[in-house]
Design a protein around this ligand. Structure first.
Ligand code: F6R
Length: 241
């Protein structure tokens, strides 16, 4: 695991965008898996701007959405899909066949996991996965206690996730289950990038990176990722010794 600390959220976001751009330049048909959420928002805005300004060919890149709230429609602005489309996929005009998002409204939700696992396998594995960290240490919807040996799966959401998740929705919304890429797929990704910013993440970052690895803090898996990168802003790193 490689740790980098940047002075501000803006500089952190710029460096995240550059990582994604490097992955695309290195492999134009890269398979890139992206989280939604507040943390990567600015990185994606910068990514869109830079890809266009530098006329980088991203037409062959495949994008996977890391996770989704089960039962929440893609038209709901709080859904991960809405966020990814609005921030990144639509501004970049990515072809539908290069976009792979969980359908959280599917009747057979388990089939969605199978479909995603097959796509990842057929496309040769994930080249770059960009994730945030939840206040409980989750990654995607790999909730505290999850096995590190899981591919895509359905998760019952931890209380903290249900509560914190309300910030994405304009009205109180029932959030009980999620569908997510698994930690096995994160471990197998050629590069995994964990981001955090802000003081509120300082304590969970310390636990994830400095305490013993445990399935109770899913993000601590980064301690053993051969090609794991952790990018923090100064504030979120402030608990590290
Ligand atoms: C979102 C996701 C979540 C978030 C995490 C942090 O797709 O997978 O695990 O990355 O909850 O969320 P923010 O960035 O909003 O603090």
């Amino acid at each position: 695991m490689n740790l980098e600390i940047f002075d501000t959220y803006e500089i952190l976001s710029y460096n995240v965008a550059e990582q994604i751009i490097s992955a695309i330049i290195k492999k134009p048909e890269a398979l890139i898996c992206l989280a939604a959420g507040d943390t990567p928002k600015r990185s994606y805005e910068m990514l869109v701007q830079e890809l266009k300004a530098r006329k980088i060919d991203y037409g062959k890149v495949h994008f996977i959405g890391l996770d989704e709230w089960i039962g929440i429609s893609p038209e709901n602005p709080g859904s991960c899909q809405f966020f990814l489309r609005q921030t990144l996929l639509s501004p970049l005009e990515i072809n539908a066949e290069n976009i792979h998002l969980f359908n959280a409204m599917a009747e057979d939700i388990h089939k969605e996991c199978e479909k995603m696992d097959n796509i990842i396998e057929q496309l040769g594995g994930i080249d770059l996965i960009v994730v945030g960290i939840g206040m409980n240490g989750h990654i995607g919807f790999n909730e505290p206690g999850v096995s590190w040996n899981k591919n895509s799966h359905i998760a019952n959401l931890d209380e903290v996730t249900q509560k914190v998740g309300q910030k994405y929705f304009s009205t109180q919304t029932q959030l009980t289950q999620g569908i997510t890429i698994g930690l096995k797929q994160l471990l197998n990704a050629k590069t995994a990038l964990l981001l955090a910013n802000g003081l509120k993440k300082a304590s969970i970052i310390k636990k994830a990176l400095e305490e013993e690895m445990t399935e109770n803090i899913p993000a601590s898996i980064f301690q053993k990722h051969a090609n794991g990168l952790v990018f923090l802003d100064r504030e979120s790193s402030s608990g590290l010794s």
